[in-house]
Design a protein around this ligand. Sequence first.
Ligand SMILES: [Zn+2]
Length: 455
Amino acid sequence: MTSSCVRKLAGGERHAYTIPTESRALVWPIRKEDTVTPDKKKGQKHIVLTSHPSTFGARPSPIVWGHSEPRQRGPVIATLTDMRQRNTIGTHGGAYAIYRALAVASGSLQRDHRPDFTYTAPVEPIGPHPSWGQPETIVSLDPFGAVVCEAFADFYARGYDIRPTIAVTRAHINMPELQDAVTKGRLSADGTILLPGGDIVVTKAAIEPVWYLPGVAQRFDVDESTLRHTLFEQTGGMFPELVTRPDLAVFLPPIGGLTVYIVGSVATITDPTRPLAVRVHDECNGSDVFSSDICTCRPYLVHGLEVCVQAAQEGGTGVIVYSRKEGRALGEVTKFLVYNARKRQAGGDRAESYFARTECVAGVQDMRFQELMPDVLHWLGITQIDRFVSMSDMKYKAVIDSGIQITTRIPLPEDRIPPEAYVEINAKKAAGYYTEGPVPDAVALATPLGRGLEE
Ligand SMILES: [Zn+2]
């Protein structure tokens, strides 16, 4: 199946990445002595522990992280269908691996199912960019993750089970607030980027995290051993290879990934003569999807899209990066506990105690750690952002520290802030968020605002 899939891809599908024919491929065949005899006893589940390679004679295909030529970089292989092939800790699907386990356990999914990737190739070529060949620039995703079928065709032909960690497709999106922007004359339909009915035509990419552990450790200024041990501990010992397999440097963490929404031409993202607008947005389900009014997340997401459409209509591109880091990566349970604590505290809900109440519950104010966020911008080949649609000082610092220039920062216009969200926005402005207006003074920060829990 896989080899025919590759043939179909090579025989007329649109190519996102072409391997230069003159490039010298490094090939790591499965050695005959590595072969294990499958246990075919009916009903018996044969568990192969990968925590100690000597038990099954593994010699994983090397990954030369940061190599610009994919076959010399080597594929990331996290298959569970053939444990001998694995060269990676963890598995695909992030948190959804657990649902896959339920599907297998309940008998609805064959444990050795291999995907048929026919017709799944990216709709739009992205890269390769010079950043793909810099081991320290991208450490939390696989730049070749969208093009594994083409880049590693020879591996598929030899029976390897390699899965894409990036998928690129096209869509129309429509958010009702943008109709308001059209009505008020801030936006106008052009028939290709913004359609008369309010649809925005986008290219979108879903990206699963792929962590190069030495690079992630370096990004956080910790030693790799500390990072591995802490990941092992804090997942309840879920991935023993973190501590037993120092030879495996790549980890697929069981966390949410991110989605990139591109408005306008993908090709002009890297054109310095065209405007580029970028918003990096962290998930807030309550506001983003359900329009809860306690924060500014959805209004800022919509404003980001508005700025993206304008940049695209000027011949440039707009990019929204949507990261699954719900509630500052503390999760919704913590978030809702904090809402209650804020509303019930003596003196009422006010900006001066906004971060402190979070810290009381979570132990920290924020666990998003923007250090890894710029990787996706480098994957897109971005070196300069003309309009950065974010007030976050942490995101701004992370982006410029990663070597990307930012020309203009675009705050959320005052008239988009829900009255209930002033506790949040005032607290953030006082803590260093970018604003073109006044920073709230001590009196404003101490003033209780917003509804009570019974209202
Ligand atoms: Zn929010």
